[in-house]
Every structure is written in structure tokens, then in C-alpha cells.
Design a protein around this ligand. Structure first.
Ligand SMILES: [Ca+2]
Length: 244
């Protein structure tokens, strides 16, 4: 009787079927695992980019917005200064103004830091960071976006002035004084002036800014009467009182 040296056809078919079945069972799980890992990595990265943009105001970190006074037009601005003014100390109370990046650890390359786990560039709008997600198509349901809505980046500053008249009577918000707020606008030093009561500033970009009370009348016109540093937090109201 003639014997086969190897497998019979039936045996081969069975073996191939078993292997095919195993591959079919394992592959989707493996693919899903890789996908899950990429989604998780991208979710982590959009948070890192968000932190670079707005910092953590409760920890006195204001990120790119705190130095520049606006959200980045492109994420490239987080790693390259481009045309923005470099960081320096303002002439007013030495507050820091200008680009002091990179705001994200660029790792091996800046392109890598700004690329999601699917190999595509993140985009940004109004402080939100977006990955087009696994399908690579922006603005649909599988996108990975953080934060869920555009972050608040501005707050308000309310200043009260108090002085005494010749009779020792306190005058609130006396005339002939103005309050100046110095902050970063597009990375450059900018001063807002409240020329009279109420000395309020709204929609001020978050960050550490300078306030000055300046005389506008008589022989002391132009003299800085008082000054201080003010911290503006998103949606916050900083209330300051100057007595002189
Ligand atoms: Ca998508």
C-alpha cells in the first residue's frame, strides 16, 4: 500500500481552514486595539495642545494666550515664533509680553508634535484643537476635539479709586484721573485707557497685566499716582481699589 509522505488533501484543507479561522478571529480584535490606542494617544495630545494654548489659570499659567493676548491662528505658532514679537518685560511693572515658546515639547520634530496618531495635522480654531479622527475627514462624528466648545479666554477688570478732599472726606472715583491697563495684544504691549468713572475693562485677554492710575489734571497731569499688577482669569472679574 502506497503511503503519503506528507498530509492528505483533507488534512491540508482542515489546517488551512483552522488558520484562516484563527486569523479572522484575531485580526479584528488586533485592528481595534491599534485603533483604540491611536484614539487614546490623540485624545491625550489634544489636551496637551490645549494646555499649551491656555495653560491652567488656576495654577497661574496662561499659556500662549497669556503671552500673546489671543488664541493661536495656527498650531505652528505654538512651536515657531514667526512674525510675533519675542518675549520681553514690559516697561509697565515688568509684566512679560511676547512669544516665549515653544509651548509644546516638540520631541523629535515639530511636525510630530502637531500630528495626530493617524499621521495627520491637528487644526485649531478659537482655542479648540481638532484631529480629523480615524477617518481623516474633518468636522464629522469621529473627530477628536478638545475642549468640546471654544474656551473662554477673557475676563474683566473693575477699578475703584478713592481719595480724600481737603476736608478729609472720601471721594470715590474722583475726576481728573484715568486708569490704564497694559496687556499683550498680538504679542505686543498695548494700553487701554479708562478716561473716567467707571474704570472698567471688559473682554480683556487672560494673563498678568499692569494697572496704573494717572493724573490728568493740573500741574500733576501725566503723573502715575498708583500702580499694581492684575491677574485676569477667563470669565473672571478682578476687582481692585486704589486709595491715594
Ligand atoms: Ca473625522
Amino acid at each position: 500500500m502506497r503511503r503519503h509522505a506528507g498530509f492528505t488533501l483533507i488534512e491540508l484543507i482542515v489546517v488551512v481552514a483552522v488558520i484562516t479561522g484563527l486569523v479572522a478571529a484575531v485580526t479584528p480584535a488586533l485592528v481595534q486595539q491599534i485603533l483604540d490606542r491611536r484614539i487614546q494617544a490623540t485624545q491625550d495630545e489634544v489636551r496637551v495642545l490645549h494646555d499649551a494654548i491656555v495653560g491652567n489659570p488656576s495654577e497661574m499659567r496662561f499659556g500662549f494666550v497669556g503671552d500673546i493676548g489671543r488664541t493661536p491662528n495656527s498650531l505652528q505658532e505654538l512651536v515657531q515664533r514667526g512674525g510675533l514679537p519675542g518675549y520681553s518685560n514690559s516697561t509697565t511693572r515688568g509684566i512679560g509680553i511676547g512669544w516665549r515658546g515653544p509651548y509644546v515639547n516638540a520631541g523629535t520634530s515639530t511636525a510630530d508634535a502637531l500630528t495626530d496618531s493617524f499621521g495627520r495635522s491637528y487644526t485649531t480654531s478659537a482655542g479648540q484643537v481638532r484631529s480629523a479622527g480615524p477617518d481623516g475627514i474633518p468636522n464629522n462624528s469621529d473627530d477628536i476635539v478638545y475642549p468640546p466648545s471654544a474656551p473662554a479666554i477673557t475676563g474683566s477688570v473693575f477699578v475703584t479709586l478713592k481719595t480724600k478732599d481737603v476736608n478729609g472726606v472720601t471721594i470715590v472715583d474722583p475726576p481728573l484721573y484715568e486708569v490704564r491697563l497694559t496687556y499683550a495684544r498680538d504679542g505686543a504691549e498695548e494700553t487701554l485707557v479708562a478716561a473716567g468713572s467707571p474704570f472698567n475693562f471688559t473682554n480683556v485677554p487672560m494673563g498678568v497685566h499692569a494697572l496704573q492710575v494717572v493724573s490728568t489734571g493740573g500741574t500733576t497731569a501725566g503723573t502715575v499716582i498708583a500702580e499694581d499688577t492684575v491677574v485676569v482669569r477667563p470669565r473672571g472679574s478682578a476687582v481692585l481699589e486704589f486709595t491715594f
